[in-house]
Design a binder for this molecule. Structure first.
Ligand SMILES: [Zn+2]
Length: 160
């Protein structure tokens, strides 16, 4: 496994539409392992392949409930609404308020190209939407309400 370089906003690779995966080759298995390592190292909860410069429809997510791999994911159902801060490893140090569905159902393939269907609420639903947007060349900044703000180290002031 190896860390990959996370592309930052302004890199044209982040604006491209990614290609579907037809076969999970050893190279793709290695990419997925590297994406997890890169995401965990950066303390992220999700990473899409274009963020490491690969234009394939692959997403990794871990919101604290275990690793999830999504290949060729599609959102098939949404409901409700949540409004809250969202950030992105491709825009370090920034966050902004984005409204997303509170419930999302996704169909995809797993690492063995088995069909899977997953449901998520709250943070997981947000991660599904955010990462799948990356596969179509979209950043959360297009959906931000009221501009971006800086996020630094966690401070006690946030409690008050
Ligand atoms: Zn992102």
């Amino acid at each position: 496994m190896a860390l990959r370089e996370i592309r930052v906003m302004g890199d044209p690779v982040l604006t491209k539409v990614c290609r579907e995966v037809t076969e999970v080759t050893p190279k793709i298995t290695e990419l997925i392992d590297d994406m997890f390592e890169t995401m965990y190292e950066a303390n992220g909860v999700g990473l899409a392949a274009p963020q490491v410069g690969i234009l394939k429809r692959i997403v990794v997510i871990d919101v604290g409930e275990g690793p999830i791999v999504l290949i060729n994911p599609k959102i098939v159902e949404t409901s409700g609404e949540q409004t809250g801060d969202e950030g992105c490893l491709s825009l370090p140090g920034k966050a902004g308020v984005v409204t997303r569905p509170n419930y999302v159902k996704v169909q995809a393939f797993d690492e063995d190209m088995n069909r899977i269907e997953l449901e998520g609420e709250e943070l997981l639903a947000r991660a599904f939407c955010h990462e799948i947007d990356h596969l179509d060349g979209h950043m959360y900044t297009e959906k931000v309400e009221g501009g971006l703000h800086d996020v630094g180290a966690v401070s006690d002031e946030d409690e008050e």
